[in-house]
Ligand binder design. Structure first.
Ligand SMILES: CCCCCCCCCCCCCCCCCC(=O)SCCNC(=O)CCNC(=O)[C@H](O)C(C)(C)COP(=O)(O)OP(=O)(O)OC[C@H]1O[C@@H](n2cnc3c(N)ncnc32)[C@H](O)[C@@H]1OP(=O)(O)O
Ligand SMILES: Cc1cc2nc3c(=O)[nH]c(=O)nc-3n(C[C@H](O)[C@H](O)[C@H](O)COP(=O)(O)OP(=O)(O)OC[C@H]3O[C@@H](n4cnc5c(N)ncnc54)[C@H](O)[C@@H]3O)c2cc1C
Length: 666
């Protein structure tokens, strides 16, 4: 729009640190930042980018079609980069990072699952030869894939899936069948009208015996005509709360035959004669889910970055109520309650970015170990990925909702882009494992760790449990980031220990272990969350310390404020637990509250620069409220005028219904 809103300009004039310096750290280095900017520049400069109608105004079908057009721009660009050797399948995480961070659609993409699940599943579950065959096709988008695991009847309990794959040794084929309505695959992204292949999860039967769920490559549509193949039943599942163009669908099989080579056999195999060869570790079969959970945490950074950018810029522009009679109305950003809404979410954005990067490091390390036959840390990685996915998506979802409310009524408009971000983050709380279920998986690991604490050495992410349970550790409280981390560690350990004690008592009183677990599961979920809070604050602390070593003094100061705000906020949120389990006093708690309020004031001048540093360009932010120039009111009006309802001065329903109704004729 051109001129920058005066209030926003003033915010930027006051900036005390080098924004590019912070963007460089956030992006993971200068090269990565430049690559991202170059990629985004290329993408938005494409002629096709601007064309088309606003997705929000389209029908369910229209959204799919428009998003397909736009997705091809992004995915075409990714393929081009890959053909030029700029990105490699070995750096698959980076491929996904570019894809998710620089996506140009408003509400997801029908090709998302191809990259987010289909290819990761091939990488995790296919043999080298299978990868050579399938990945090259998928990587070049010669085939488009989906991932069909969830069924109408079962999502969480995957051992209860009903789709059957029976091996026929006479023809060396598997026969896929959906025996009941509840066995129909339900939710696979892209299956509705986009994918021609899908990875399908089914109960494997060979030589009359069931060996549990396994993963199969199944062609569902003709590669040329895109017609559904015989025996395959599929379609779209209809409008959802969001992510309309992701093209989630249903899929069923009527005795569909696929070659033996289409079972993904990296970990378990069926030999030609039908002999089943078990995986050295059956949990490796779940490897793709771990990868995607790790990926989802990274994706939350994109959504939260957008939400805080929109809300913070809008809050600098929006003025409401003079605090002194006759004086100017205040920027809403100046209200402490407003800072309380915004700043923790700005801090969370930085925290989740750092934690997600650390999780990737652990993921790759453990994966290398597994590739060399060492599965010692597999359970730990699973527990970590589960709780970080659960707490990360839940924090992102509540953060986005808070940003929506921080924008008042305007935040409720689709043109603000906050409702779509809300739908993205809400979906992430459910897909790839419902958050409660995942926290209970982490709790299971924590309980086992606690029960073996004296007899075995602890893996790194739970190593704090031993010192934190020592009496000496409990006797001190310190109002500092390190002190808060100690306190949160004590809380986590005490909660886990408490759950074990309660369960033991219940079992001793005659309850079955499973019932005792179920009855204690509200506490178990909370214990897993407490453990995750330890991880989040600790990783953020470690990551910021690394950034501080590279940062110039003005930036260092702001980063320290951000870290401290994050730690103090969570100490205050968890005050009941801290009071219950540590020696924190009422005075300490009051001092923390007062420090928190000081931190809000200290961060106030840095709010706009901190979101500018997230580096989201307007074309990707796609928000009337969040654009860099802050011309909020002009954009809101412009978008409102595009509403199809404004095409007619008098809508036909006036004559058809309203007028007769008002005249008492209807
Ligand atoms: C233009 C371009 C723009 C691009 C923009 C892009 C926009 C994006 C758009 C959005 C895209 C949407 C993407 C959506 C992707 C979602 C896909 C899905 O949901 S797919 C569907 C996802 N569905 C789900 O996630 C389903 C969730 N359910 C599950 O994962 C499982 O059923 C379960 C884990 C809960 C239990 O499983 P069960 O077999 O009953 O296990 P038990 O409890 O009996 O425990 C047995 C033992 O196993 C252990 N263990 C378990 N897992 C693992 C593991 N992974 N590893 C290691 N170990 C593991 C466990 O610890 C235990 O150990 P121990 O204690 O015995 O030693
Ligand atoms: C937008 C979106 C995209 C998706 N994409 C795909 C896809 O591409 N491919 C695919 O296969 N699937 C996909 N899914 C499905 C998704 O993975 C499942 O919805 C998810 O795993 C939850 O399973 P469910 O829906 O069966 O819920 P349920 O398991 O029925 O859960 C319902 C409720 O019961 C609770 N519950 C269930 N079991 C337990 C338990 N043991 N202990 C305590 N509480 C429990 C849960 O916490 C939850 O609150 C997608 C879902 C969404 C929303």
């Amino acid at each position: 729009m051109g001129t920058v809103n005066e209030d926003l300009r003033r915010e930027r004039d006051k900036c005390t640190f080098d924004i590019t310096e912070l963007t460089t750290l956030f992006d993971g280095g200068k090269d990565k930042m430049l690559e991202r900017k170059e990629r985004e520049e290329l993408m938005v400069s494409k002629r096709e980018f601007e064309q088309g109608v606003c997705e929000d105004l389209l029908s369910h079908k229209g959204k799919y079609e428009e998003c397909m057009r736009k997705s091809i721009i992004t995915f075409g660009h990714i393929r081009q980069m890959q053909r030029e050797g700029k990105i490699k399948i070995t750096d698959y995480k980076d491929v996904l990072d570019c894809l998710l961070g620089s996506g140009n659609t408003r509400d997801g993409s029908p090709l998302a699952l191809h990259y987010m699940m289909f290819m990761p599943a091939i990488l995790s579950l296919a043999t080298t030869e299978q990868q050579e065959y399938w990945l090259s096709k998928a990587w070049d988008c010669k085939i488009i894939g989906s991932y069909a695991q969830t069924e109408l009847g079962h999502g969480t309990f995957i051992r209860g899936l009903e789709t059957i794959a029976t091996y026929d040794a006479t023809t060396k084929e598997f026969v896929l069948h959906s025996p009941t309505i509840t066995s129909y695959k339900w939710w696979p992204g892209g299956i509705g009208h986009t994918a021609n292949y899908s990875i399908v999860v089914a109960q494997l039967y060979t030589k009359g015996e069931c060996h549990g769920i396994h993963w199969f490559m199944v062609q569902v549509r003709d590669e040329e005509t895109h017609e559904t193949l015989p025996g395959i039943k599929l379609g779209d599942i209809g409008p959802k709360m969001g992510l309309q163009p992701v093209n989630n669908g249903f899929l069923g099989f009527e005795h569909v035959r696929i070659p033996r080579s289409h079972m993904l056999m990296k970990h378990a195999q069926v030999l030609e004669d039908g002999t089943y060869v078990k995986s050295s570790n059956q949990k490796l079969l779940y490897a793709a889910m771990v990868f995607v959970r790790v990926l989802i945490l990274s994706d939350m950074v994109n959504h939260l970055s957008k939400a805080v950018t929109i809300a913070t810029r809008y809050s600098a522009v929006r003025r409401q109520t003079p605090v002194i009679k006759g004086g100017p109305e205040l920027q809403i950003l100046d209200y402490a309650t407003h800072q309380h809404k915004l700043f923790i979410n700005i801090a969370s954005t930085y925290a989740i970015r750092i934690v997600a990067n650390k999780q990737w490091e652990i993921y790759y390390k453990v994966n290398d170990e597994v590739a060399n036959g060492n599965c010692t840390r597999l359970a730990e990685l699973h527990a970590l990925a589960c709780c970080l996915k659960a707490v990360g998506t839940s924090d992102a979802a509540s953060g986005v909702e808070r940003m929506r409310r921080a924008c008042g009524g305007q935040g409720y408009l689709q043109s603000s882009y906050l409702p779509q971000l809300g739908a993205f983050t809400a979906a992430a709380c459910t897909y790839e494992g419902d958050n409660t279920v995942l926290l209970l998986q982490t709790a299971r690991f924590l309980v086992k760790t606690w029960q073996q604490i004296d007899s075995s050495s602890l893996t790194p992410t739970v190593s704090y449990m031993k010192p934190a349970s020592a009496a000496r550790y409990l006797d001190r409280w310190e109002n500092s980031v390190e002190g808060i981390i100690h306190g949160l560690q004590v809380v986590a350990v005490k909660k886990i220990a408490g759950c074990v004690t309660v369960m033991e008592k219940r079992v001793q009183s005659g309850m079955a272990l499973e019932d005792a677990w179920n009855m204690t599961s509200v506490q178990l979920e909370a214990a897993a969350e407490a453990h995750c809070r330890v991880i989040l604050v600790t990783f953020f602390f470690e990551g910021i310390s690394e950034w501080l070593a590279k940062a110039s003094p003005p930036l260092r100061h702001v980063l320290q404020l951000l870290l401290e705000l994050y730690a103090v906020y969570w100490a205050l949120e968890k005050m009941v637990d801290l009071m219950k389990y540590t020696c924190i006093s009422g005075d300490d708690a009051e001092a923390l509250q007062s420090r928190y309020e000081q931190l809000l004031s200290s961060l106030r001048p840095h709010a706009v620069p901190l979101v500018d540093a997230l580096g989201i360009r307007d074309e990707l932010l796609q928000s009337t409220l969040g654009a860099y120039d802050g011309q909020v009111y002009e954009r809101l009006m412009q978008e409102a005028l595009k509403s199809p309802l404004n095409e007619d001065r008098v809508n036909q329903t006036f004559h058809k219904y309203l007028k007769p109704f008002m005249k008492g004729k209807l």
